[in-house]
Design a protein. Structure first.
Length: 277
């Protein structure tokens, strides 16, 4: 049976230093050499994980930005992107404003990914307004009016970080907007909550279905630790979580592995592929 193995990054394949260990990279590469089809599915943008995965010889496109993009890590090219209708984007921005919040808007065109924001205080959210983003994006720009943000290219993603109390009212408004989905979860690194909004057609689940067709795989094996991994766990033939995963995730997977600081995913793959490590 032809299997596709797909792992989340932060808190799963990545350790708490936000990197893949040398041991994990070595084991996964050896499994790939033996014929394993391996990829990743992450909330990170392409520029947020490509350099962190440079030691992996992945032979399958990756799912990034929670399924908004399929990304080829070898050629460093975006294969596909799911756009959000402009009318829905305008409603999302308005919902943030109504709750006293703001957000980053990501667009995509022939130049690549661009990021726009209309309040200077957003620059405090450094995981979005990062040196890596400034280096790799076509544009990272402050605009004075939120309306201008939706005229810059195909909108694909809206996001911000805040407390649970700040963002829950925004989530309730998101529930009323058609043509979008959102992911709301705890950032394990800074203790803040992330709200990410994208097309109703974009999810790890839908992107995995595309990858299954691309690779001709008959079995899907996934690894995840957080709520935004649930959609791919739902359709997986087998699912696994590291010991550090949220309790809710550990309850629904087939097996709990050693934590992300002890190469849980790689140790499982070594066992499954008969490596002597």
């Amino acid at each position: 049976m032809k299997s596709l193995y797909v792992s989340d990054l932060d808190g799963t394949l990545f350790n708490k230093k936000k990197r893949i260990s040398d041991r994990s990279a070595d084991i996964i590469n050896r499994c790939i050499e033996k014929g394993m089809q391996f990829s990743v599915a992450t909330a990170r943008m392409p520029y947020g994980c490509d350099y962190r995965l440079k030691d992996l010889h992945m032979n399958v496109p990756g799912i990034v930005t929670n399924g908004v993009f399929l990304y080829d890590f070898q050629s460093e090219e975006i294969i596909s992107a799911e756009a959000v209708p402009v009318s829905a984007v305008q409603k999302v921005i308005r919902a943030f404003k109504d709750c006293g919040m703001s957000c980053f808007l990501y667009t995509y065109d022939s130049r690549g990914i661009s990021i726009y924001y209309d309040e200077k205080r957003m620059e405090e959210q450094t995981q979005y307004y990062s040196d890596r983003a400034l280096q790799k994006c076509a544009e990272v720009t402050f605009t004075k009016k939120a309306e201008e943000m939706v005229q810059k290219g195909d909108p694909v993603y809206l996001t911000c970080t805040g407390t649970e109390e700040e963002l829950k009212p925004v989530c309730r408004k998101m529930d009323e907007i058609e043509e979008i989905k959102y992911s709301f979860y705890l950032n394990i690194y800074n203790g803040m909550y992330c709200l990410e909004v994208f097309s109703a057609h974009a999810s790890k689940k839908n992107a995995l279905k595309k990858l299954m067709k691309i690779t001709g795989s008959e079995e899907l094996v996934v690894f995840g630790d957080n709520f935004n991994d649930l959609s791919m766990i739902e359709i997986a033939d087998r699912s696994y979580a590291p010991m550090n995963a949220l309790p809710e995730i550990k309850k629904v997977v087939d097996r709990v592995l050693p934590d992300c600081d002890h190469d849980g995913v790689a140790a499982f793959l070594a066992e499954e592929w008969g490596l002597n490590v």
